[in-house]
Design a protein around this ligand. Structure first.
Ligand code: PLP
Length: 385
């Protein structure tokens, strides 16, 4: 039972078939001047067009990358590098993904003032604080459409509105990784400037990401070389992965509304079941959230021990972001206004359209068996100390 789709997904069978067939037919270099090269180039063109349709933007506004981490780096570093005489302030939130936080830390080293804003008691980014932070000096604002540990879903339209009235020069970047094809998000319509996406979170293979760049916005490339993709990202493009990304985006977008309703029902069922199970657990539920992610604390229980005990039963959950799993603590939970016991005992359970309620019942039953035992163990070891 796999409850870790937030970390990565199993590519859809249709996508794997496409991957195999295109790998056999479309192996030429898309920049080659012969017919096979032309055909490979056409596959990329079609993929870009298909994704533009899904995102309701123009194909020229889309840049293929290797993953969202690369998209985020290109967006933040690229836009700052292209506007050396712009403002010096960068605004983000301390619960953002490490791809954003580390890139901002890099920019801070280059002399930019990075402001890490807080999360409120309802587990949403503090927009009042944003209002006071915005100024003529604001160069960039970066925030996630859906937080990858909490599932919190901030009001992006309100952020755009604040930017428009208080710092119209500021560029807005949205890390859309955990919201793409799950919640309606159209960067052009929303009025943001940059948006990052990842293939392996939407049932496409790993190795492909995407960056939306608003028309007319200058960014400097991160990768130099042969000048592919209008010089914005050199390196031979992979037509197979581009096509897989496009197909996955089409499939998932087509069923977005039905999937959402189904997953919301699963989410309600799980929260209700956990609350009724007498586990002494505490769902960390933001006021506005994506139902695809449920973060829940089991005070008094070590979350890693719990995740391992579940894995022994072939139930796979996460403690926190897989991208920062070398750290013992979650920087996201650490930044929340919640007590220490909740911060250090949380599991992230991902929900997906292929889950059944019976899977959730099995998860709750397993937790009922494991959690009390782990609590007794942890109390014993505290007494011994
Ligand atoms: N941003 C968010 C919100 C994520 O959840 C992830 C991956 O977990 C990333 C960025 C990085 O994505 P990728 O693995 O494609 O680099």
């Amino acid at each position: 039972m796999y409850f870790d789709q937030t970390a990565s997904t199993l590519p859809l069978p249709e996508i794997l078939d496409l991957y195999l067939s295109l790998s056999k037919s479309t192996y030429a270099n898309p920049a080659a001047i012969h017919r096979l090269g032309y055909e490979a180039e056409q596959v990329i063109k079609q993929a870009r067009k298909d994704i533009a349709e899904v995102l309701r933007c123009r194909p020229e506004n889309l840049l293929f990358t290797s993953c969202a981490t690369e998209s985020i780096n290109t967006a933040l570093r690229g836009v700052i590098a292209a506007h050396p005489h712009g403002g010096r302030d960068i605004i983000t939130w301390d619960i953002e993904h490490k791809a954003t936080l580390k890139t901002c830390a890099y920019l801070a080293q280059k002399g930019y003032n990075v402001r890490y804003l807080a999360t409120t008691g309802d587990l949403l980014p503090d927009l009042k604080e944003l209002r006071t932070a915005l100024s003529r000096e604001t160069a960039l604002i970066s925030i996630s459409l859906v937080n990858n540990e909490l599932g919190s879903h901030p009001d992006i339209a309100a952020i755009v509105k604040l930017r428009d009235s208080l710092a119209p020069q500021a560029i807005i970047h949205i890390d859309a990784v955990q919201g793409w094809t799950k919640l309606p998000f159209y960067p052009l319509q929303t009025g943001v400037d940059l948006a990052s996406f990842s293939g392996h979170k939407i049932y496409a293979p790993k190795g492909i990401g995407l960056l939306y760049i608003r028309k007319g916005l200058r960014i400097d490339p991160l990768i130099l070389g042969g000048g592919q993709q209008n010089g914005l990202r050199s390196g031979t493009e992979n037509p197979v992965l581009c096509a897989c990304l496009a197909r996955a985006a089409q499939i998932q977008t087509k069923s977005m509304a039905t999937n959402f309703a189904y997953v919301q029902d699963l989410h309600n069922f799980l929260v209700d079941g956990l609350n009724r199970a007498g586990l002494g657990c505490c769902p960390n539920l933001p006021a506005k959230y994506s139902p695809y992610i449920l973060n829940v604390s089991f005070p008094g229980v070590n979350p890693e021990t719990l995740a391992h005990a579940l894995a022994d039963k072939e139930i796979y959950v996460a403690t926190h972001s897989a991208c920062s799993s070398s750290d013992n603590r979650s920087h996201v939970l650490d930044a929340l206004p919640i007590d220490e016991a909740r911060k250090t005992s949380a599991l992230r359970i991902s929900l997906a359209p292929d889950h059944e309620k019976s899977d959730l019942t099995a998860l709750i039953d397993a937790l009922r068996e494991i959690v009390p035992k782990l609590r007794v163990k942890s109390q014993d070891s505290t007494l011994q100390r």
